[in-house]
Ligand binder design. Sequence first.
Ligand code: NOJ
Length: 567
Amino acid sequence: MQMKWWKESVVYQIYPRSFFDSNGDGIGDLRGIILKLDYLKELGVNVVWLSPVYKSPNDDNGYDISDYQDIMPEFGTLADWEEMLDGMHRRGIKLVMDLVVNHTSDEHPWFVESRKSRDNPYRDYYIWRPGVDGREPNNWKSHFSGSAWQYDPVTQEYYLHLFSKKQPDLNWENPQVRQEIYSMMHWWLKKGVDGFRMDVINMISKTPGLPNAPRLSDDRYQYGGNYFLNGPRLLEYLNEMKQQVLSQYDILTVGETPGVTPQNAIALTNEQNGALSMVFQFEHMGLDANPNPGSTRDSITTWKLADLKAVMTRWQKDLDGKGWNSNYLTNHDQPRQISRFGHDGRYRVESAKLLGTFLHMLQGTPYIYQGEELGMTNVTFESIDDYRDIETINMYHEQVEEKGRDPRSVMEIIHAKSRDNARTPMQWDDGPQAGFTTGTPWIKVNPNYSEINAAQVLADPNSIFHFYKKLIQLRKTYPFVIYGSYDLILPEHEQIYAFTRIFEDERLLIVLNYSQEYVVLTMPEDLRYTSASLLICNYPVDPAIHIDHFTLQPYEARVYQLVGQGR
Ligand code: NOJ
């Protein structure tokens, strides 16, 4: 296995709108990030993935870009961005920018031209089709509810938008589109960025003919993922991008790839001829939803530890030595991890540390989402009017107004699943607006900020923040935490998730109690070792204790280094 800096890194994701507001307009900004760089340095992360900061009308908070080579005025200027990059580099932190090239904003000059006439030179930059029998060209549903097609009266055709109608999909079949994107990427790379997180990059190749999606329900529009996820020309496009751009720089590239299988991921990330460093897979994000594709956000079920083990084990084993995992439990599109996979009440701190241990001890690069290091939780706004996310708002109206669903049950799903759970402002201290802004925040702060905030965790040596710091240090100290192979032990256990990591003659044992109960545990007999030294734990533990047989407290997490022969 090749050694790479991006395998040895810990990435911290900043969602700039909600991170820190330096000028009191209620919106986080680049100067706000500059003011918090020492905080990131203190945590010990060495890469920042910055969600989009480009010019945008903000229909989808910056994922709808109207100018790829300029900064959104609410966030600052290109000069602020340069200063931020310089500040990061001086602190040994690399910057990964978000690359959103499956679609642009409808206010991007290319689309403004494209919609003017059928023979406009930019027409073919997007995916236009005539209607069929006075209806949309096919039955695909948009990720943000309704049809994925929008009729445009000017030229009397429909354009495809897999997300909002203000996010028309680019036509990657057009080589000119690809060249424009590659030259924009060179422009940022020459400015010194250290990589890209590629938004829904496995949606760029659509199946020719854009066939109708299979009908899985009575709904008029259906999820068309079969015909736009991992499409026929995806590898060709990405290999071209690699050859023309990526291979010329030493960068981290991570593809956001919903619906990806380990086989797809190996094709995308293998060391010989993969185009990308790693991809984000989504199987574990679907464990608490109805299994129909495209349903993760409008349904909720209870997840099972057996399923989490099965999914993560498959990804760990299949990619070992063949590709590279990126590990995450939350991001700006997902609920807060403690509320979802841990316990956001009595065991908030313990379960946050357990989940952090899990994330950092897997093989792959860990991604921390802002606020995770404080143990931030989901939010329960009473009224739909307090939500800002287009996906949440559209889903609410579709379910309540079109499908007649009980608004209370829809709000319950929103409380558990809305993307706004992750987007409430970063909680810096217990002052007004959690210290995020001196003005009125663009979205309300989570009322629990008086208890959960950065000032508190910085001051408490036993906090989640200091625990994360230690986890990050462990990765820097022991190469086997990074490169070791993963092996699941106690596969049938209903409360304990335990695994080993093995690298040359070094072995780690990770034991995680994913429950609120005390669990008495007997280690498998074939886990032979002569001694075990405790590297990290989230409860006080007697280091001399023998680990063949022991009791774990609720959400207890321990990592041991094992010495001596064994599996
Ligand atoms: C994935 C992004 O993470 C999400 O926030 C966005 O809404 C969609 N892609 C569309 O760009």
